[in-house]
Design a protein around this ligand. Structure first.
Ligand code: FMN
Length: 203
């Protein structure tokens, strides 16, 4: 099964460390893994043009469509973000806004005649989604909730771990996630959960 990790950090830092721990554990279980750092991608914010409703794809010309294709091909998306002022980072938010909206209109029509929305099958229906957030001190759970809310409106199955899947690292900007022993065990269990559920669903 294919697991794609989206990393919302603008640097090669702690979030990347935690995500790679999860990916390495899954690769060891013979899953196909792909790490996508957003730091070197141009992903502009959704401009609210609504052209995806008609065109069935996002019309902004940047790196979005390549990343979106990988998301569509994944069986599980692992999304990680450092906490910036209690929130996920803007580039990851931009990606998720555009991915969610384009995915919705790829398989659904916008009805202007009746006021009922009857959503059908979605592009991301029943894919797995595992959120991870990282902060120096606090805000991880709020940012985690942002990611989980995005997944829950897009018909994903959301995974947790034996504690909230968060890391605590980055005092004074340090890259020191390797010192977070509890975080390491939470990430290891998250990888076990992903492997367990992928096997249940696909075998
Ligand atoms: C602009 C900015 C805002 C931040 N806001 C918070 C915050 O709200 N709470 C917190 O505990 N840490 C905050 N931090 C610290 C980072 O979350 C922390 O250093 C994290 O490990 C960085 O992850 P990365 O190495 O993957 O980029 C902030 C850092 C920056 C640069």
């Amino acid at each position: 099964m294919k697991i794609v990790a989206l990393c919302g950090s603008p640097r090669q830092g702690n979030t990347e460390y935690y995500l790679k721990e999860v990916l390495q554990a899954l690769a060891a279980k013979n899953h196909d893994t792909l790490f996508i750092p957003l730091r070197n991608k141009e992903i502009n914010q959704c401009n609210g043009c609504y052209k995806c409703v008609e065109h069935k794809k996002c019309v902004i010309n940047d790196d979005f469509s390549a990343v979106f294709t990988e998301m569509i091909e994944a069986d599980c998306i692992l999304a990680g973000s450092p906490v910036y002022n209690g929130s996920i980072t803007p580039r990851l938010k931009a990606l998720l806004d555009r991915a969610g909206f384009s995915a919705r209109w790829m398989k659904n029509q916008m009805s202007t005649t009746d006021k009922k929305y009857n959503w059908g099958e979605m592009v991301f229906s029943r894919k797995l989604f595992a959120p991870v957030t990282v902060a120096r001190k606090t805000g991880q759970t709020f940012a985690l909730a942002q990611l989980a809310l995005w997944a829950s409106v897009n018909d994903f199955i959301i995974l947790g771990s034996n504690y909230w899947p968060v890391g605590t690292a980055g005092v004074s900007g340090k890259v020191n996630a390797d010192e977070d022993a509890e975080g390491a065990s939470i990430m290891a269990h998250l990888a076990e959960n992903i492997d367990f559920l992928l096997n249940k669903i696909h075998n």
